[in-house]
Structures are given as structure tokens and as C-alpha cells.
Write a protein that binds this ligand. Structure first.
Ligand SMILES: Cc1ncc(COP(=O)(O)O)c(C=O)c1O
Length: 414
């Protein structure tokens, strides 16, 4: 017979030791909230979710049909690891038409969603200890990908007072001899901030001066409201294009989150290296999805315009409600893009409900879920505890009801 201590010591020895690289990765802070929301839903509660990070629209029918046609035509085999030539050509045409960027198909790598090319781009360029500048609030994946590639995230605070945008001077002030890259995201998740062309040109100038690579995540490019238009930082000049890796995809513009397809456009030597790496890591994105992605780019764009219009109407309605909610102590910055708004809640921190103190955005979201059955994402997940993120990728009716519940909740705080 073995004693308990001997067994524990064997288990300890046998247990797989995690690499230091993966131990650096933080668990998702949104998990507890979404698990609780799911529990409440399963118990039959009507939970209103402002947490959604994807369009609540179906993928347009002609795109779905293209995937079905591809399957019927037997397009079920391996294809080139970096993507179907016809798809890469369609992406080049899109980049020319929408962004005034000239790329050759060999500079395009098709990957799993927009997340995967972000990882590929950092893996290809970041050395151990390199600093990567990230405007904060940030999309929560960026710091984790930076760390997983051996880099060090360095945050630049984008304040509500400045429309949640960083200036070129702020970027320059954070540059050290170790700075390798700036991750730039316009329109931005979570703030909805959209940088103007002149703001982008000023940031590009600083990056070129200090030889800083820009990773430009343009996944929300099509979701812009109120007159602004998207300008890719790579379009600033030929030099800037050589200094930039553009990330984009189909998830948000074509309501294709579950299809898992996105791309990067990069200087030739970078794309070549990433193509080799991808051929050994994931190989090609599933073949029928690539046919669907061609149909998305080349087919009818009206469903996308209809979706953008619906988001625009919800945004207007949401902002009108938030304006009224200012009287209760809330504040917000008008977002020009994506489908999110940061609702500033710091005025309520320190107050309590039923003896439970609201110390920050996590407590605020927890309490909203428990008492009002409203799910939202704590700002702390994006590096900003002052706010909670509300997505307007939900029906107008639910959105208005959810906002009423949030407004009601704060009237109960003591
Ligand atoms: C800013 C940003 N970049 C990239 C992605 C990843 O998109 P995908 O689902 O295509 O991987 C997201 C998804 O939420 C995002 O918000």
C-alpha cells in the first residue's frame, strides 16, 4: 500500500509542467460573467446581453450558397496553405478599391479569422523582450498575443477626454530603444473611436521616424457612422506601407464570425515567412469558407449596407438614451464606429446595493446581471475600470429595455 503523501508526490512529479510562455497568458475575465448569464438563461430568466461581440445578423444568403456550391462541386481538399489564389486576388482588388493599397496576391495570407493573422504577424516580427505599444482601452486579445510571442505590452492611455484616441505625441513619448511595434485599431473595439486621416498621418510619421512597425487591425472598417470614413495607415505613403501589416477579415462586415476567415497584407518578405510558418501550423482555412469569402467580396454588397444601416439606427437610439442617463451620473464618449460604446460608471463606485459595494467595473457588471438580468462587459477586461462596454449588436427592443434596467439599477444604489 502507498501512503497519501507518496501518491501526492508522484502526481506532482507526473504533472505536465506548463511553459513559461503560456503561463504568462491571463485567463479571460469575461468568463465568470458569461457563465453566470448562461446559468440565468438556462433557469428561464430573460437576460439582455450587451456583451455580444458579433453581428446579430445571419450571413447573407448568397455567401452561404457559395459555400454549399463549393461542397457540391467537391471542393473539399487541401488548397494552398496561404489561401486560394482567386481569394487572394479578390482581397487585392478590395484593398485597391476600398483602401487605395496596391498589393500582389503573394502578399496576402488567408487565415482563421482576424485573430489568427494577428498572432502570425507578431510571431513573425517580435523578439523576446521587444516592447509593443497598445493604446488603452484595447481589445483584450492584443496583450495576450504579445506576451505569447515573448513581447512586452506597453500601454498608451487613450482618455475619454480625447475621444479615446492617442495622439502622435503620446506615441512618441512611450518609445524606447526596445519599442518594436504599435498595435493600431481604428475603428476601435471597445471604444468605437475612429481616427481621422490627419491623426493617422501624424502617428505614421512618428512610427516611420523611429522605425516602429504598425500592426493595423481594420476589422471594423465597414462599421463607421456619422460621416467619418476609414483610412488605412498603410495608405499614408509607400514607406508606411512597407512598415505596416494590415489585418482585416469577414467576421464583422459580412456577419461571418463562425466561418473563421480573415487575412493579413504585408511586405513581401514578411508574407513569405508567414506563409511558410502557416504551412506548418494550421495550413489552409477550410476550402468551402474560402469560396464563401470570394462571394462576399465579389457579390451583392446590399446585405452589408442594410446591416450597417441597422447598426447606425441602434447607435442613434442608444446615444439618445445615454444622453438622458447622464442626469443619473453616467457619461460616455460618442463612438463613431464598430458596435460598442463605453458607458462611464465611475460615479457609482463606492456605492452599495443590499450591502454589496460596487468597487469597480467587475462589481458593476456582476450586480447588473444579478439584480437586473443585464449582461455587459467590465471595462477592466480592456484595461479601463472606469467604464463598462455595451454592444449594440442586439435588437432595438432588447437594447432599450436593457438601458432602462441599467438606469433603474443605479437609482437603487446608496
Ligand atoms: C478588434 C478586433 N480584432 C480582431 C478580432 C478578431 O476577429 P475574428 O473573429 O475574425 O478572429 C476581433 C473580434 O472580436 C476584434 O474585436
Amino acid at each position: 500500500m502507498y501512503n497519501k503523501m507518496e501518491i501526492i508526490s508522484w502526481v506532482d512529479k507526473l504533472m505536465i509542467k506548463l511553459s513559461s510562455r503560456i503561463s504568462e497568458i491571463s485567463p479571460s475575465m469575461t468568463l465568470a460573467i458569461s457563465a453566470k448569464a448562461n446559468e440565468l438563461k438556462a433557469a428561464g430568466e430573460k437576460v439582455i446581453s450587451f456583451g455580444v461581440g458579433e453581428p446579430d445578423f445571419a450571413t447573407p444568403a448568397h455567401i452561404v450558397q457559395a459555400a454549399k456550391d463549393a461542397l457540391d462541386a467537391g471542393k473539399t481538399k487541401y488548397v494552398a496553405a496561404a489561401g486560394l489564389p482567386a481569394l487572394k486576388k479578390a482581397v487585392c482588388e478590395k484593398l485597391k478599391k476600398d483602401n487605395n493599397l496596391d498589393y500582389e496576391p503573394s502578399q496576402i495570407i488567408i487565415s482563421n479569422g482576424a485573430k489568427h493573422p494577428i498572432f502570425n504577424a507578431l510571431f513573425a516580427t517580435i523578439e523576446e523582450g521587444d516592447e509593443v505599444l497598445i493604446p488603452k482601452p484595447y481589445w483584450l486579445t492584443y496583450p495576450e498575443v504579445v506576451k505569447s510571442c515573448g513581447g512586452v505590452p506597453v500601454y498608451i492611455y487613450a482618455t475619454p477626454r480625447h475621444g479615446y484616441k492617442v495622439t502622435a505625441a503620446q506615441v512618441e513619448a512611450m518609445i524606447t530603444p526596445k519599442t518594436k511595434m504599435l498595435i493600431f485599431n481604428s475603428p476601435c473595439n471597445p471604444t468605437g473611436a475612429v481616427y481621422t486621416e490627419s491623426e493617422i498621418r501624424a502617428i505614421a510619421e512618428v512610427c516611420l521616424k523611429h522605425n516602429i512597425i504598425v500592426l493595423s487591425d481594420e476589422i471594423y472598417e465597414k462599421l463607421i457612422y456619422g460621416g467619418e470614413s476609414h483610412f488605412s495607415i498603410a495608405a499614408v505613403s509607400p514607406e508606411m506601407k512597407e512598415n505596416t501589416i494590415v489585418i482585416n477579415g469577414w467576421s464583422k462586415s459580412y456577419a461571418m464570425t463562425g466561418w473563421r476567415i480573415g487575412y493579413l497584407a504585408a511586405p513581401k518578405h514578411v508574407a513569405k515567412a508567414i506563409a511558410s510558418f502557416q504551412s506548418h501550423s494550421t495550413s489552409n482555412v477550410n476550402t468551402m469558407t474560402q469560396f464563401a469569402a470570394i462571394a462576399a467580396l465579389e457579390g451583392d454588397q446590399q446585405p452589408m449596407y442594410d446591416m450597417i444601416k441597422a447598426f447606425g439606427e441602434r447607435r442613434e437610439a442608444m446615444l439618445a438614451e445615454l444622453e438622458n442617463m447622464k442626469a443619473l451620473g453616467f457619461d460616455y464618449v460618442k463612438p463613431d464606429g464598430a458596435f460598442y460604446v463605453m458607458l462611464l460608471c465611475y460615479n457609482f463606485y463606492g456605492k452599495s446595493f443590499e450591502g454589496k459595494k460596487i468597487a469597480g467595473s467587475m462589481d458593476m457588471c456582476d450586480a447588473l446581471l444579478s439584480y437586473e438580468k443585464v449582461a455587459a462587459t467590465p471595462g477592466i477586461c480592456f484595461g479601463d475600470d472606469d467604464a463598462i462596454r455595451l454592444s449594440y449588436a442586439l435588437s432595438m427592443e432588447d437594447m432599450l429595455e436593457g438601458l432602462r434596467r441599467i438606469a433603474h439599477f443605479v437609482t437603487l444604489l446608496k
